[in-house]
Design a protein around this ligand. Structure first.
Ligand SMILES: C[S@@+](CC[C@H](N)C(=O)[O-])C[C@H]1O[C@@H](n2cnc3c(N)ncnc32)[C@H](O)[C@@H]1O
Length: 527
């Protein structure tokens, strides 16, 4: 069915009102304000949206995701979950027959509505901070016929209080992925204090999804269950120590399902996601783990190979446990245990941002000798000792005031030319902090090519040159001696072959950053 196109958020508000959003009790101040700004829409629209909702679609959430751009949704982590994932998680939860379902960060209501439909008598509790989403949620619940047994809390999930019940509560949803620098100091303080009460050390780098796990552990009791989908980062990084412990010690982790980025778990975010299922108060000897390479093949959430809880306790990188085990010779570790691998920055328009005749007159402070072609790495040999002969990438700070006053006219002149070349348009430019600021990564001590008809070229970067997205940077997790870095490069150059990568039609071999992190290398002490 083709629905009418909603052209603005004010029209979207109007549709939610037509669908009865305000008939739901306890409308928040934010929602009332939005309701006042509703733009008129044809009466017939409501009928069409109603029919789509009754058919099991989420046309309101779909319109919202189109109207509010990903950058605008970032501060609230508003990325809505595709149907196949919602349905697999809801089925798992429904099979445990909860008396109540709580959806933390309910958005337009995809999980809570699915749960309400799948579990006929369950009480439904949805928490949502964004008044726009809350209006969609109300309309959605109303039309799905679930308003009578649901409660909507418009506010921060972390302070939501749940009344006690006798049966089991299920926590189900997609907690917002908001990076730490967008979280208020007060929220970080709440997180640190909550964690300290259980004797856990909280990192200030944890994202909001991790705060939600802590809040869930606070609200849950033995017998409760949960299924969450989150970004998978916490499985491996330092700030993930707390959620990993929390999952094992308080939430009763029962299974982990890592969804590969190629499976595109979310339409508008390139990320690896993980579904965790937990049973509070259980202390299982084994946890089921697996990787899912296609959303269509997600299957039931009881699948996976058993990994002992002890192994999870001892491991600081859980994502590797979901891969088929391969023989690891004694004394070898995965490169990823020592280093992070990052693809270089995308410029969005190499013809503009790689210096040339068009950028004459720019000062050295915005010019960075960089690896911009894989062949430069092939030609470099074991190390790059100086940046001469490499092309410069133009990287201008977002705040032009940071450029010394005497150079500003030259930079302004270049920016005018760049605009004429269309550099301020296009997806990458319009999604940067400032369209003119490429934001190169720091120099990587080792740079590697990753796509060719040959093994990657690993090169020691003594000169401190930068790289763009045709190369990967290899960054030690902990400081590493120059001699160890040299030895690591020598090892990688001699040991890695085309067969370690992913071969594409036509014979090209590609190593994604995570695949490169999986290469086996000798422990640093034996390098
Ligand atoms: C990842 S989205 C998930 C939406 C929906 N559950 C889904 O899966 O389609 C996270 C939601 O959490 C909401 N949110 C962000 N911070 C919140 C907070 N502190 N308390 C409650 N909800 C919050 C966002 O507005 C967003 O709608």
């Amino acid at each position: 069915m083709t629905l009418p196109t909603i052209n603005s958020l004010s029209q979207l508000v109007a549709v939610t009102l037509e669908l009865g959003a305000l008939e739901y009790p306890e409308i928040s101040k934010g929602e009332r304000l939005l309701a006042k700004r509703a733009a008129p829409v044809p009466k017939a629209w409501a009928q069409e949206f109603r029919a789509a909702i009754q058919d099991g679609e989420d046309p309101l959430g779909g319109a919202f995701s189109d109207l509010r751009k990903p950058v605008e949704r970032r501060s609230l982590g508003a990325t809505y979950t595709p149907k196949a994932i919602v349905s697999a998680m809801t089925q798992w939860v429904a099979a445990q027959k909860p008396e109540r379902v709580v959806d933390p960060g309910a958005g337009s209501g995809r999980f809570i509505i699915a749960a309400g439909r799948a579990i006929p008598k369950a009480r439904l509790v949805a928490a949502e901070l964004d008044p726009m989403a809350a209006l969609m949620l109300r309309a959605h619940l109303q039309i799905a016929g679930l308003a009578g047994r649901s409660t909507l809390f418009v506010g921060d999930y972390c302070v939501l209080r749940l009344p006690p019940i006798t049966g089991r509560t299920a926590f189900l949803g997609n907690p917002p992925y908001v990076r730490h620098h967008l979280i208020t100091p007060e929220h970080k303080e709440w997180y640190a204090q909550s964690a300290a009460k259980w004797g856990y050390k909280a990192s200030r780098l944890a994202g909001l999804h991790v705060h939600f796990l802590v809040a869930t552990a606070q609200k849950s009791a033995a017998g409760d269950i949960g299924a969450f989908i989150t970004a998978a980062e916490w499985l491996d990084v330092n700030y993930g120590e707390l959620p990993r412990k929390l999952m094992l010690e308080r939430l009763g982790l029962s299974s982990l399902h890592v969804i590969e980025p190629n499976a595109k778990p979310f339409d508008d975010a390139d990320t690896t996601a993980v579904i965790t299922c937990f049973e509070v108060g259980q202390d299982p000897a084994c946890v089921k783990v697996r990787r899912v390479d296609s959303i269509e093949r997600i299957g039931t959430l009881d699948l996976g190979k058993n990994v002992s809880r002890k192994r999870l306790e001892q491991s600081s990188r859980w994502s590797t446990l979901t891969r088929p085990s391969r023989e690891k010779p004694r004394g070898y570790v995965e490169l990823g245990e020592l280093c992070q691998v990052h693809r270089g920055q995308v410029t969005g328009a190499n013809q503009v941002w790689i210096a040339g005749a068009h950028s004459g007159g720019l000062p050295l402070c915005v010019l960075f000798p960089s690896i911009t072609r894989a062949r430069e790495l092939f030609a470099a040999g074991e190390m790059i000792e100086c940046g001469d002969g490499l092309r410069n990438v133009i990287d201008i700070p977002p705040d032009l005031e940071l450029i010394p006053r005497r150079w500003r006219p030259a930079v302004e002149k270049f920016l005018t030319r760049a605009r004429v070349m269309g550099a301020d348009k296009g997806y990458i430019a319009t999604h940067r902090k400032a369209w003119w600021s490429v934001g190169l990564r720091d120099p990587a001590p080792i740079i590697a090519s990753y796509m060719a008809r040959r093994a990657p070229a690993f090169v020691r970067n003594i000169a401190g040159v930068r790289h763009i997205n045709i190369a990967h940077g290899i960054y030690p997790r902990e400081p590493m001696l120059p001699s160890t870095l040299d030895a690591l490069v020598r090892y990688l150059r001699s040991a890695v072959s085309v067969h370690d990568g992913r071969v594409y039609a036509g014979g090209l071999t590609k190593f994604e950053p995570k695949e490169m992190e999986r290469l086996l290398v000798p422990e640093p002490s034996t390098l």
